[in-house]
Design a protein around this ligand. Structure first.
Ligand code: PLP
Length: 403
């Protein structure tokens, strides 16, 4: 029997903004609040996570003109290779550990050499990657690590915050990614001598752009207004279902990315909105972690389903691996267009995005393709209530039982 929840659940648990975030006395700067919380010397704000990565790579490449390659997992956000190219560098794809989202250490070792500028260990969906292993492999060849913590602001790993365990780290403040100013990124680094270099690189490659800032400000206001139970069906659900009806999977997942993404400083008003909302983030992470942990045992009852979990991560969504692609696709056919916040993390492994073209290493990434084919995500938004979550579990159970 079809079960139609009262609300559209967003695909990830973004922290809603409130009216009070939009005005009032000037708060402490967002970057200062983030630095104190993360326990780092300095945080740099950029206009997206992608921009933060581009700035870091631009600065690092200046000092190492013979190192032109950046090693990344073959399954990650397609914006990552676009940022690498924007910095004038070459993305080298590294296959995954079988059944996991992290890079295979042996494959990473093989991919690294004198041409490697950086290695990008990547935390996905709040689940943490093995940064210590990436550090060891990168440092052996004289490269640095840049932790992609775009989806993991507030996650803990290896005795600290994810994003601060490598040489450099960045976080995304995009819509739906925890704390959001609609588009934004935070950049951190272990070595304080890099801070002025990152600032100089940002000044050089980005330019104040009133048009973009106005657009982002309006988008942020609309996001705050519509990112609530009754707004999401209209703002998120309708275009999602339209894209799925057309068979436009990249549109459904919001992955039609362009190489000429904007690079501009974030305006004062959006910075203040983020700063006012910032103090609610720890409690929001706490509450969503509690919900996720309470739901893991139910998922563990479904035979053949693997749920990714760890101790200290955050929980924007629950990441599931199914027995095979046909089962995963059958589940998605029923649940992606429904209002339950079930989705795909990224549609393809990187070599299968036509707009990315050819990348070295891309010819041999079977585990990344397998991971893309067998995984799905269930939102951990508080708006997916227990009855709706139970429906999701029952559908997965029924599809698996019927095969
Ligand atoms: C979203 C995302 C990015 C890019 O961040 P933006 O703020 O959207 O530019 C990079 N890496 C991963 C893993 C992401 O999920």
């Amino acid at each position: 029997m079809p079960f139609r929840p009262e609300y559209e659940a967003p695909p990830t648990a973004g922290m809603p903004l409130g009216l009070a975030d939009f005005g009032g006395p000037d708060p402490a700067p967002l970057t200062a609040l983030a630095a104190v919380w993360l326990g780092v010397e300095e945080v740099q704000l950029e206009c997206s996570g992608t921009a933060a990565l581009t700035v870091a790579l631009t600065a690092l490449a200046e000092d190492a003109p013979t190192r032109r390659e950046v090693a990344i997992p073959a399954f990650t956000c397609p914006l990552v290779p676009l940022a690498i190219r924007r910095a004038g560098l070459v993305p080298r794809l590294v296959d995954l550990t079988p059944g996991h989202f992290d890079m295979d250490p042996q494959r990473l070792t093989d991919a690294c050499g004198p041409a490697t500028l950086a290695v990008v260990p990547t935390h996905l969906g709040g689940r943490v990657a093995d940064v210590a292993a990436a550090n060891a492999i990168a440092h052996r060849v004289g490269a640095v690590t840049i932790e992609d913590a775009a989806q993991a602001l507030g996650a803990r790993c290896e005795g600290g915050f994810a994003g601060t365990r490598g040489d450099v780290g960045f976080y995304s403040l995009a819509a739906g990614k925890g704390l959001s100013i609609f588009e934004g990124g935070l950049l951190v680094s272990r070595d304080e001598t890099w801070h002025p270099r990152f600032r100089r690189a940002a000044t050089r490659i980005s330019r104040w752009h009133p048009g973009w800032e106005l657009r982002r400000s309006l988008e942020l206001a609309a996001y705050a207004l519509l990112y609530r139970p009754h707004g999401l069906g209209w703002a998120y659900g309708r275009p999602l279902r339209r894209a799925l009806r057309r068979g436009d999977l990249l549109g459904a997942a919001g992955e039609h990315f362009a190489a000429d993404f904007p690079l501009h400083p974030v305006g004062r008003w959006r910075r203040a909105v983020g700063a006012r909302a910032f103090h609610r983030l720890p409690a929001f992470i706490e509450a969503t972690s509690r919900q996720a942990r309470s739901r893991l045992p139910r998922l563990a009852l479904i035979p053949g389903v693997h749920v990714f979990a760890d101790e200290g991560g955050t929980w924007p969504y629950l990441m599931l691996r199914l027995p095979d692609q046909a089962t995963r696709d059958a589940v998605l056919k029923r649940l992606w267009p429904s209002r339950h916040g079930v989705s795909r993390m990224f549609v393809h492994a990187l070599p299968d995005y036509r707009y990315l073209g050819i990348m070295p290493g891309g010819e041999d990434v079977p585990h990344a393709r397998d991971f893309a084919a067998r995984t799905l995500t269930i939102t951990n938004s508080p708006w997916l209530d227990d009855a709706a979550f139970e429906h999701v579990c029952a559908v997965i159970e029924a599809v698996i039982a019927s095969r």
